[in-house]
Design a protein around this ligand. Structure first.
Ligand code: AMP
Ligand code: MG
Length: 415
């Protein structure tokens, strides 16, 4: 922790990178494992390496439809006529050994017959059904996929810590493996705090707002594959908050709250966490979302996010997501994708904090361009919905002119 329990809130702000480091430094993956069928392994994180029990492909096989031949039979200049001695299909090998002067009609994926060392593609040949004519210019070894060229038996096909996407599921299946060891799902308890929050389905009384943060967080946490404990809305009463925090700490690996971490009279989260556990409370050099608490109650990690809806998402993507990835065994995103692109809008600002402006990245005839996605208030969620990236403005940036190059962080990669 960068501040001891019960220490006063630091008067100086902490940088975004320092806060990320301080969080990630403390976290190690959970130890729980389970075995799951490949069918159910999508998005799960491998807890051990997957070792290839066999070669993939298992045999040398043809990469094309054509004729399997012995390269030494082919004339260096001029065409060669060979006898067609049989046919090899994928899954139905030709079992003989190729004699001098003979060829085997072969289909893509069929095992290369003994004696053959090259495949000539059908399109360059002529045949009357009994004999085939091969033009000059063939290369020994051509058009053969070698046994083990995808994966050699005994090699590590996938490393522990890999999240299983579509390619990984296929790769595991290609090895004939039915079950893999994965980290158990991370259990995350989350709740919203605030006396002003109404739940959807209730009429909105004067001064109330609907609780949206819980839905935002639920979506983000579900995407990450966490097991969720939705604890609803907790009022700004220390006793209620204490009960909720204790309950969450006994049932979850991680607690994520929103609201109640600033310095207002109804902001109790920080004080409670420092009493129940330990807490680093930070005033961060970030916009939107200056305050954030990070700490621990019992065995559970705690992230006390700010209340403003956009600040919740910014803090989630900049701090919480990589922390959860680390705990879940997959590790932080190697390097968040950052692109340098031309911004078509001017952005007024004062230097000081790192700012995450909601942007819309688009491909135009002139290349990639980014524009500002609507009004930027910390409470204006529509900007997040219209955006597909953050425009990241460095602490020292004193404003952007239309046409300037800026850094953007896209929300979604392809894979
Ligand atoms: P706080 O950090 O608790 O002072 O909240 C900051 C602002 O965010 C206030 O305007 C709150 O009404 C708003 N807010 C806090 N929690 C939520 C929530 N769960 N859903 C929507 N708005 C919220
Ligand atoms: Mg509040």
């Amino acid at each position: 922790m960068t501040s001891t329990p019960n220490s006063p809130a630091p008067s100086t702000s902490l940088g975004v990178d320092e806060a990320r480091q301080a969080i990630l430094r403390r976290l190690t993956p959970i130890t729980g494992r389970e075995r799951v069928a490949v069918h159910n392994a999508l998005d799960r994180v491998l807890a051990t390496d997957v070792i290839a029990p066999c070669n993939v492909p298992a045999n040398d096989n043809s990469a094309m439809d054509g004729y399997a031949v012995r390269a030494m039979d082919l004339a260096a200049t001029g065409a060669t006529s060979l006898t067609i001695a049989g046919t090899a299909y994928a899954g139905q090998p030709w079992h003989g050994t190729l004699d001098a002067g003979a060829a085997i009609r072969i289909m893509t994926g069929a095992a290369i017959p003994a004696g053959a060392d090259s495949v000539v593609v059908q399109e360059v040949t002529t045949s009357d059904g009994a004999r085939v004519t091969i033009p000059e210019g063939q290369r020994a070894g051509q058009n053969i996929r070698r046994a083990g060229e995808d994966l050699a038996q005994g090699a590590s096909a996938l490393r522990a810590g890999k999240r299983c996407g579509p390619a990984e599921l296929g790769l595991i299946a290609s090895l004939g493996i039915a079950e893999v060891a994965v980290y158990r799902r991370l259990r995350v308890a989350f709740f919203s705090t605030g006396d002003e929050l109404a739940s959807i389905g209730q009429p909105l009384a004067a001064g109330q707002v609907y609780d949206s943060n819980r839905y935002t967080l639920k979506g983000a946490l579900t995407r990450l594959g966490c097991e969720l404990l939705d604890m609803g809305v907790v009022r700004d009463r220390p006793a209620d908050l204490e009960a909720a925090l204790r309950n969450a700490s006994e049932n979850a690996d991680v607690i994520v709250t929103s609201g109640g971490v600033s310095v207002g009279d109804a902001d109790f989260v920080r004080e409670l966490v420092s009493r129940l556990g330990e807490v680093a409370f930070w005033k961060l050099d970030i916009k939107p979302g200056r305050p954030m608490a990070f700490g621990r109650i019992g065995d559970a990690w705690l992230f006390g996010l700010p209340g403003n809806p956009v600040a919740v998402l910014v803090a989630y993507y900049q701090f919480v997501q990589d922390a959860l990835r680390t705990l879940a065994g997959v590790g932080p995103l190697a390097a968040p994708l950052i692109y340098r692109v031309t911004c078509t809008d001017a952005i007024a600002r004062k230097p000081g904090r790192r700012e995450f402006v909601r942007g819309r990245l688009e491909m135009t005839a002139d290349g990639m361009r980014v524009r500002v996605a609507g009004a930027q208030g910390a409470g204006i969620l529509r900007s997040m919905s219209e955006a597909n990236c953050f425009i990241v403005l460095a602490e020292s940036c004193a404003g952007v002119r239309a046409g300037d190059t800026v850094s953007v962080q896209p929300f979604d990669g392809l894979i």
